[in-house]
Design a protein around this ligand. Structure first.
Ligand code: GDP
Ligand code: MG
Length: 845
């Protein structure tokens, strides 16, 4: 067997195999280097790199390192070349008769834990008599054999048994180097099915190496004898590795094993795909920054053969063998090592654990998750501590209620504990605006600062404590390992709507605030799942919408408050589910790939990682407040403030002076000695009148401001839903943040000046009694239960607020999705509100 590199100038060869991996393999095959094709050396100077070849009528140049990975037979030499490689007897006849099948050779390597039955399987397959023993260390070095199976000549090597592929023992090193240097076509991982957890650890390392693996679930008889059940097909699907049950000692399953090997070799096995074991954001970030350093073009000789992800993981684990490899083969090795050291330090600082420990933990988390889902232990199976806890927390009956109980506790605490700091912040804001009120001169700047900046930001910053508390719980759930269990519990349910168990977390968070909820979709690795979760999240009613419901429910549904509120929330959830199903079937149509949900070991969380989590979220939130929300508030304020109407100002100034005059004269009229009660009464009345006047003024001003004009312009669009122009304005204002809707309604519907503690009631009262003053409906009530319902449904579903829109754009990485979300939620809101209004009116009238 020659490599393409061995061909001389002018010689022609036929490709019999393309080695190498991943991107290299794909690229080279796309160039036409596929089995059976003829390739000719066009130009080859001594020591010259790259070399020019002709394939499929094209001339392409390959580096020598690349040509090394392509096996050819020299057209002139025919099949004889095969024989040099092996010491055994392979009949010439075979090659002569099967000249078409010359390329049909598969090199496979057996790896697995000691005593898993490798040698037994090897002997059985090859017909040789290697010594087998029921203790480890019998196989000292590799034995090779070859045999025919169907159309193929199969070369198989029985490697020493190992528990892992680190470089601690000579056996492990041998196995690792064999795989990386010899590049077998298929690695057969022999697993003792009776000891899955320990045996699959090696499998996780093979997954990291990004090579083609087939698993033989050997000793399947032992597993069955114990009464354990395993859904090995599902397990294989999750891991991207085909699995075949075998009983080597009885010769069962061997045919299937080799048939599977051939299917994988021919790229005909749908189960096989390359997956990544997720090591958590911290480690993943470290891996990708190291990979980035390794994957520079002049290192491609290395990365064509060895997965850069594998190297990065091994470097993080301080693996000496891989350090040596980098030292020898990468020019930028110093830079790589610096990067590794930096990342290791970062990990240690953050988690108080070495990268190696965390990686091992994640591997076991992966294994536990995979096995938990696919293996049903028999009656007498051993249970370990973590498993005992798991049987409770992920129990079929108790698991879900326990989880919901915890969620309830989390939300309850979020609000009950959060209300104190919330009060402090509120006080702080009002203190600030009071002081501005008294110290600043009247004018536009003052109005801007008080109404625009403080009013806008103040309404939002009060939620900061809630967000911190919520994130405290979420980090707690993540760090203890409970989150993984929660996801596990919810997975079946979520699958029904085409989502992943992990999507549940962002959806739940959406009840608090959509912004952090959308940020938390980062926990989803699959982009489709992530996008759907992001796009349906705005339908989950966030806490900013609650005041609106409370207002309208108190006004129009006094007898069934709880039911209506539940109905509203339920509508949101139902629409979200519907949207998920539709999005899954249309925009994000793609076959679901099964994957492992990791069940990492339980551990005590560190204060450091939790506070870091909380700080990160707080910082993100503060930045959002300082950015988008500030700008939006100022814009809304300005739209309501301009144009300044001098005439109106003067009229109201006049009216104000009149009232003052009246007050002063009545104070003078009343006798000095008469008790101060009369004076107080007069003063109260005066203040009330002034307040009323100011509201009147602001209403008239609002109506003529840009936002008023905008409201009247847009109103026809919302008229079919039963909205008047004022509701339309509040809907528009609510785009900045839904909290703003209630305050806008308050201003527009002439909420009376505050007579202590009756502010809310008076707004409720105003809405109940509001009538149309003009237009075709003149004299009719603006609101009735149907309009209220239609309004609530619209508020529930329409336009996610600006901040949400911004995170969607940021997290999805494209403006397109922001626009999409804006348009489709508003259309959905319109349709639903239209339905509610029209059907409701039929019933109501
Ligand atoms: P190696 O260390 O991986 O090479 O394992 P061996 O091939 O030496 O096998 C270890 C022991 O397991 C031997 O006693 C085998 O007979 C036994 N064995 C191998 N395969 C099976 C199997 O499928 N079922 C059972 N019950 N025993 C097996
Ligand atoms: Mg052996």
């Amino acid at each position: 067997m020659n490599s393409l590199r061995d061909l001389q100038q002018g010689e022609t060869g036929i490709i019999i195999k393309v080695k190498g991996r991943g991107a290299f393999r794909k690229r080279i095959m796309e160039m036409g280097f596929v089995v059976g094709k003829e390739v000719k050396v066009i130009r080859k100077a001594p020591l010259k790199d790259p070399v020019e070849y002709e394939i499929l009528g094209y001339n392409v140049s390959l580096r020598n390192s690349e040509a090394d990975l392509i096996e050819v037979i020299n057209s002139n030499e025919q099949g004889r070349l095969f024989l040099n490689e092996f010491d055994g007897i392979v009949e010439d006849e075979y090659f002569r008769q099967n000249s078409v099948r010359k390329d049909k050779i598969i090199n496979i390597a057996f790896v697995g834990n000691p005593n898993s039955g490798k040698t037994t399987l090897f002997n059985l397959a090859s017909g040789s008599r290697e010594r087998v023993g029921n203790y480890s260390g019998v196989t000292v070095d590799a034995k090779t054999a070859r045999f025919r199976f169907n159309d193929y000549l199969i070369n198989v090597v029985d490697l020493p048994g190992t528990y892992s592929i680190t470089s601690y023992t000579p056996e492990e090193l041998y196995v690792r180097n064999y795989i990386l240097e010899e590049i077998p076509d298929i690695v057969v991982n022999i697993i003792d099915a009776g000891n899955l957890e320990r045996n699959t650890y090696l499998t996780t390392q093979l997954i990291d190496m990004d090579i083609r693996v087939v698993v033989a679930l050997n000793m399947f008889d032992e597993l069955q004898k114990r009464g354990d059940k395993i859904e090995y097909k599902a397990l294989g699907n999750m891991m991207g590795i085909p699995m075949v049950p075998t009983v080597a000692s009885k010769g069962r399953g061997i045919e299937e094993l080799f048939e599977t090997i051939i299917r994988v070799f021919e790229d005909n096995e749908p189960t096989r795909r390359h997956i990544h074991i997720s090591y958590g954001p911290l480690i993943e970030k470290a891996i990708s920054s190291i990979q980035h350093k390794i994957k520079v073009s002049y290192n491609s000789e290395l990365t064509d053969r060895v997965s850069s992800r594998f190297i990065a993981i091994k470097l993080l684990e301080n693996d000496q063998e891989e350090e040596k490899r980098i030292n020898e083969q990468c020019k930028n090795h110093k830079e790589i090592f610096r990067c590794v050291a930096r990342q290791q330090e970062r990990i240690l600082k953050n988690r108080r654990e070495t990268a190696e420990t965390l990686i091992t933990d994640a591997k076991y988390g992966f294994i536990n998750g995979a096995l938990k889902e696919t293996v049903q232990p028999g009656l007498y199976a051993r249970r370990r501590k973590s498993e005992i806890v798991d049987t409770f927390l992920t129990h079929k009956l108790f698991g879900l209620p326990l989880f919901f109980g915890f969620l309830w506790f989390m939300f309850e605490t979020t609000f009950s504990v959060g209300k104190y700091p919330m009060q402090w912040i509120e006080n702080g804001i009002s203190f600030l605006s009071e002081s501005l009120m008294h110290t600043m001169q009247a004018g536009m700047l003052k109005d801007l600062l008080i109404d625009g900046v403080l009013g806008g930001i103040g309404g939002v910053i009060v939620f900061l404590p809630n967000i911190l508390i919520l994130f405290f719980f979420i980090s707690l759930m993540e760090d203890t390992g409970y989150m993984a269990r929660a996801v596990f519990i919810m997975d079946k349910l979520m699958h029904k709507i085409g989502l992943h168990g992990k999507s549940f977390i962002p959806l739940i968070m959406g009840f608090g605030c959509t912004v952090p909820a959308i940020m938390s979709t980062r926990i989803l690795e699959n982009r489709n799942d992530r996008m759907i979760t992001m796009l349906i999240n705005p339908f989950i009613s966030c806490s900013a919408r609650l005041p609106i419901y409370i207002l309208f429910i108190s006004a129009f549904f006094p007898n069934s408050q709880g039911t209506i509120l539940f109905l509203i929330y339920f509508t949101g959830i139902a629409v979200a589910i519907l949207a998920a199903i539709i999005l899954k079937k249309t925009v994000f149509k793609r076959e679901d790939v099964p994957f492992v949900m990791e069940l990492p070991p339980y551990r005590i969380p560190t204060l450091r990682s939790i506070t870091k989590h909380m700080w990160e979220k707080a910082w993100q939130y503060l930045r959002k407040i300082g950015g988008v929300i500030l700008i939006a508030s100022i814009i809304i304020w300005a739209l309501g403030y301009f144009p300044v109407n001098q005439e109106l100002n003067e009229t109201y100034l006049q009216k104000k002076q009149n009232i003052e005059q009246e007050y002063l004269s009545s104070v003078q009229l009343s006798p000095q000695e008469s008790d101060s009660i009369v004076h107080q009464k007069l003063k109260n009345e005066f203040e009330y009148q002034i307040g009323l006047l100011e509201v009147e003024k602001s209403v008239e001003h609002q109506e003529n401001s840009y936002i008023g004009t905008l409201g009247k312009t847009v109103q026809p669009v919302l008229a079919p839903l039963g909205f008047d122009w004022k509701m339309t304005v509040s809907i528009i204002a609510g785009v900045a943040a839904k909290e703003i809707i209630v305050s806008t309604l308050g201003v527009l519907y002439q909420q009376g000046p505050s007579r202590r503690n009756t502010a809310d009631n008076s707004l409720i009262n105003k809405i109940q009694t509001q009538k149309y003053t003009e237009g075709p409906n003149q004299g009719e009530f603006v609101f009735n239960p149907v309009v209220a319902m239609s309004f609530m449904v619209f508020v529930l579903l329409y336009f996610p607020c600006i901040a949400t829109l911004m995170v969607i754009i940021k997290e999805s990485g494209s403006y397109k999705w922001g626009v999409f979300s804006l348009v489709y939620t508003t259309v959905v809101a319109w349709l639903f509100a239209f339905m509610v209004y029209n059907i409701g009116m039929l019933i109501y009238a």
